[in-house]
Design a protein. Structure first.
Length: 566
């Protein structure tokens, strides 16, 4: 049977009907953003939510997004979903090389297999995709090399009390400052998968990055901040239409690995304060459902839920394999309402709800996502204390048409808030608060190989991003303004009861340049960052009467060079 399958597959590759139908990887430069703009302009199916990615554009047109590298030549075909797509194809995936540089400290997130790095870093990827009737194969490995230079990170000059507060979060997470003491090299399967497809659904195995939720720059549960993790998936490939409206969704069972690195670059601090990470892998179960009501075009509502648990703590019952179907409150899980018994299962839960509304006539969209960690004790406790262990994001996108053909002004913005609310003064003893989004005292961090799966800006951090760009087909010329408040939960826990050391806040200005030359695409960014009160340190000229924070200026540069194969 295997021999027959291989013969048929080879025959399909050589003689089959060549039609391009691969998916667009999460965060893929230029194309993913361009498709989203298409929907705002009313040129793409309005039932596609962009809440579940990667996007599979073979259901948007028969010629293929990558193959038609001019993109706008087939814009009339992009407005509907073709159900009678070719059942065979073989495609060369785009070759992409990403070169990044950080001058003095790590900055930027959402780079997939790339790591927080100082110096140069390079990622190379490409591959092939094929379909034979209901069998889909995509092979798109990634190779990463990083200079990984040492830099001035968290200092070793703070008091024992401050260090204990810093390691309080490091000991509930797995986010090292630096990935080892030498240059870093890693080869992964990247955006690869093998699935079986039927109608609007597919089932199979994948190492692709996934993105849940409507965010453009961040996502609370899954984004492209960490490398893709191996997982089994059952998901929709296009909106499944019913008499109630359209549904999109995904159910996953995955495997997460630890980084293997201590958090600080100071071994003396690690030796004294760090609780070594477990070498055990973590089992991940998650579900995402997005609903577009038939009676309200442009509206999308949805929910995400994940559980993770060390494999050594997991049993083999249905509830152990699929904890996502448990109740949302702890007291309902046991007859006596004893939540302590449940906590002893050492599971980490996250749940988020989201919404997106597309105003086609206004060429605009609004969206939000609100998430919470940890089960509420009862329904009443959830209503009275909704801000416990919460995070949220809000954003919009607006297009303004210019009189010149195909030219637009794109204005988009997003804010992400992870910092624990004033609820920490009520929930915990004292005034120092508790844990943050993506952290857990038993299951160390919602991460894979040392990078958070969702928001990548840092534990307890907040960010606001505004972008203004001129769009001309696939070309973009723009600026981005960003404000990042770093590790706010640690600041208020370890340093917030004094006025001398102020919060560490990064203010940055970035220049964006995307351009197409025939089959080549360049997507680039140059960002200047001024870190105010960097690592909460004081300037040498600071005095107790006139405190002055130590600032650090740095540069982040990144360029994606993409070649679209025939």
């Amino acid at each position: 049977m295997i021999r027959c399958f291989l013969i048929n597959l080879v025959g399909m590759l050589i003689l089959g009907n060549f039609s391009y139908g691969q998916s667009i990887p999460v965060g893929f430069p230029v194309f993913e953003e361009a498709l989203r703009r298409k929907q705002l302009l009313g040129e793409l199916d309005s039932t596609i939510g962009f809440n579940l990615r990667p996007i599979q554009p073979r259901f948007f047109n028969d010629q293929g997004i990558y193959n038609n590298y001019l993109f706008y030549e087939v814009e009339n075909n992009l407005g509907e979903i073709h159900r009678n797509t070719a059942n065979k194809y073989f495609a060369y995936l785009p070759l992409r090389n990403c070169l990044a540089y950080n001058s003095d400290r790590p900055y930027a997130w959402g780079n997939g297999s790339m790591i927080p790095n100082v110096g140069f870093q390079n990622m190379l990827t490409g591959g092939v995709a094929a379909k034979f009737h209901f069998i889909n194969i995509q092979l798109m490995p990634e190779w990463v090399w990083a200079q990984n230079k040492s830099y001035l990170g968290y200092p070793n000059s703070y008091s024992d009390e401050v260090n204990a507060s810093r390691y309080y979060f490091w000991n509930q997470n797995d986010t090292p400052e630096r990935f080892g003491n030498h240059s870093y090299t890693k080869f992964t399967l990247g955006q690869s998968k093998i699935t079986l497809n039927y109608g609007s659904f597919e089932i199979g195995a994948s190492t692709e990055n996934i993105w849940w939720g409507p965010g453009q720059f961040n996502a609370l549960i899954f984004s492209n901040n960490a490398p893709g993790f191996p997982h089994l998936t059952l998901n929709t490939t296009r909106p499944a239409r019913t008499f109630l409206g359209s549904f999109e969704g995904q159910l996953i069972m995955g495997k997460l690995k630890p980084s293997g690195y201590a958090p600080s670059q100071w071994e003396s601090l690690n030796d004294e304060y760090f609780n070594p990470l477990s070498e055990d892998w973590r089992y991940l179960n998650g579900i995402s459902i997005s609903y577009q009501p038939k009676w309200v075009p442009g509206l999308f509502l949805g929910i995400n839920r994940t559980f993770q648990q060390y494999s050594g703590d997991k049993g083999n019952s249905f509830g152990d394999w699929f904890p996502i179907f448990e109740m949302f409150t702890k007291s309902g899980l046991f007859e006596d309402g004893n939540s302590v018994d449940y906590d002893e299962q050492a599971q980490d839960q996250q749940v988020s709800v989201f919404g997106r509304y597309v105003f086609t006539k206004a060429r605009a969209e609004l969206y939000f996502e609100y998430g919470r960690r940890d089960h509420a004790y009862t329904d009443r406790e959830f209503v009275l204390n909704p801000e416990h262990a919460r995070a949220y994001l809000l954003g919009f996108n607006k297009l303004f048409k210019l009189p010149y053909k195909n030219q637009l002004i794109q204005l988009r913005a997003e804010m992400t808030q992870q910092q624990e609310s004033v609820n920490r003064y009520i929930r915990y003893r004292g005034v120092k608060g508790g844990t943050s989004w993506h952290t857990h005292y038993q299951v160390r961090g919602f991460t894979h190989y040392g990078q958070t799966l969702g928001v990548g800006i840092g534990t307890g951090s907040n960010v606001q991003t505004v972008e203004v760009s001129l769009i001309d087909k696939l070309n973009k010329y723009g600026i981005v303004l960003e404000r990042l408040a770093n590790h706010q939960d640690f600041y208020y826990k370890g340093l917030g009861q004094q006025e001398e050391r102020q919060p560490w806040v990064d203010l940055s200005l970035g220049l964006l340049f995307d351009y197409q030359w025939d089959r080549f695409l360049l997507s680039s960014r140059l960002q200047m960052i001024n870190g105010l009160n960097y690592q909460w340190q004081l300037d040498p000229s600071s005095t107790e009467e006139f405190p002055v924070g130590k600032d650090k200026f740095s540069v982040f540069a990144q360029a994606h060079l993409i070649y679209l194969l025939k």
